[in-house]
Design a protein around this ligand. Structure first.
Ligand code: SF4
Ligand code: SF4
Length: 166
């Protein structure tokens, strides 16, 4: 099967979350840097292989790695996600995994105020005047609305599994 061109002409870094009153993505790319954590669940694998026109095996061989029993997207030599391009952003925007769609509404930020405060410093898209209770409420609503909640701790990202206790 032929690989779809991943060098899209006008890629985006992340989808702006325009229906959250507490978050508007500034497309800085910060959340695409750093190793690990970009879990590709079975549902994500269907989406991303369709977007790239690859078989599961081809995707895993080219872009994936297994960590803790879960499929994840590899990082490159720059320690950023292998699909991230400085100045251009996400090269697989349409097919990106749910964890990428869900940030900054990760479980840790929703259940823990200190994590939220760090995320608010780190991610310029989070409203600096937003308090934790409001963020948690809006985050849960956002994850539910966009069907981003995970329930399978063995194959989906913990970051989007609100069922888990801390
Ligand atoms: S760190 Fe925040 S503002 Fe920057 S790209 Fe990621 S979600 Fe958007
Ligand atoms: S898949 Fe795209 S949005 Fe997700 S971490 Fe990689 S570059 Fe960023």
């Amino acid at each position: 099967m032929e690989e779809k061109e991943t060098q899209q002409s006008e890629p985006e870094i992340a989808a702006p979350v325009d229906d959250s009153p507490v978050f508007t993505c500034q497309m800085c790319g910060q959340c695409c840097r750093g190793a690990g954590g970009i879990v590709v669940s079975p549902k994500d694998l269907v989406r991303i292989t369709r977007a790239l026109h690859l078989t599961d095996e081809e995707f895993i061989a080219r872009y994936g790695e297994w960590r803790g029993g879960k499929l994840q997207i590899r990082t490159g030599e720059d320690n950023a996600c292998i699909f991230f391009r400085e100045g251009s952003g996400c090269m697989v925007h349409e097919g990106k995994p749910d964890v990428c769609r869900a940030w900054p509404f990760f479980r840790g930020n929703i259940v823990d105020e200190d994590s939220f405060l760090m995320a608010r410093e780190y991610c310029p898209g989070i409203d600096k005047n937003c308090d934790h209770a409001t963020f948690a409420r809006e985050g849960r609503a956002y994850l539910e609305k966009h069907d981003l909640l995970a329930h399978d701790r063995d194959r989906e990202g913990r970051a989007v599994n609100l069922d888990e206790t801390r």
